[in-house]
Design a protein around this ligand. Sequence first.
Ligand SMILES: CC(C)(COP(=O)(O)OP(=O)(O)OC[C@H]1O[C@@H](n2cnc3c(N)ncnc32)[C@H](O)[C@@H]1OP(=O)(O)O)[C@@H](O)C(=O)NCCC(=O)NCCS
Length: 161
Amino acid sequence: MNRTIRRMTMEDLSAIVELDKMSFSLPWPERSFRFELTDNPASRCWVVEMDGRIIGMIVAWLLVDEAHIATIAIHPDHRQQGIARELLTYALRYMSKEGAISSFLEVRESNTVAREMYRKFGYEEVGRRKRYYKDNNEDAILMTLEHLNVEMFEGSSGRNK
Ligand SMILES: CC(C)(COP(=O)(O)OP(=O)(O)OC[C@H]1O[C@@H](n2cnc3c(N)ncnc32)[C@H](O)[C@@H]1OP(=O)(O)O)[C@@H](O)C(=O)NCCC(=O)NCCS
């Protein structure tokens, strides 16, 4: 088994769109990923590739000194193996080296799996956006990770708390 994390490229688009559809009730249209890859200077996009297949992806925005996690997904066949933890660790470490000192994200209230993962990274719930998700009017929980720094994840696989 050969698994690596690398930058997302245009060649990955169709696999990413498929993975996104499997993972979210409101998947992004292909043009959104295309925009991230071509027209958004804040965007940092990585994939997890295993034996030539895309099994994970993350899109983040480096906004001055804040790393905003826009989306992250792991293929259903490869969940609960620590891959998201590895990918998020990689992205946060990369962006902290670029100057990020905190991180921010929104997550569906019902997404207890993701909320638990973020909590383990040290993200704290700081608020909510009412009826943020248009498919079911679900609230978004806002989470922030303060005091992000490179050393935070050194020698670990991502658990910060
Ligand atoms: C959320 C998601 C990315 C996690 O990916 P994953 O590779 O399975 O996660 P990991 O194996 O790295 O687990 C990281 C942590 O997540 C939590 N977690 C993962 N799967 C879980 C489950 N089925 N039940 C409870 N907690 C779970 C645990 O806290 C876990 O830490 P632990 O290994 O110390 O217990 C994945 O479930 C997914 O793609 N979901 C659909 C898309 C999504 O919801 N993305 C997040 C949007 S904000």
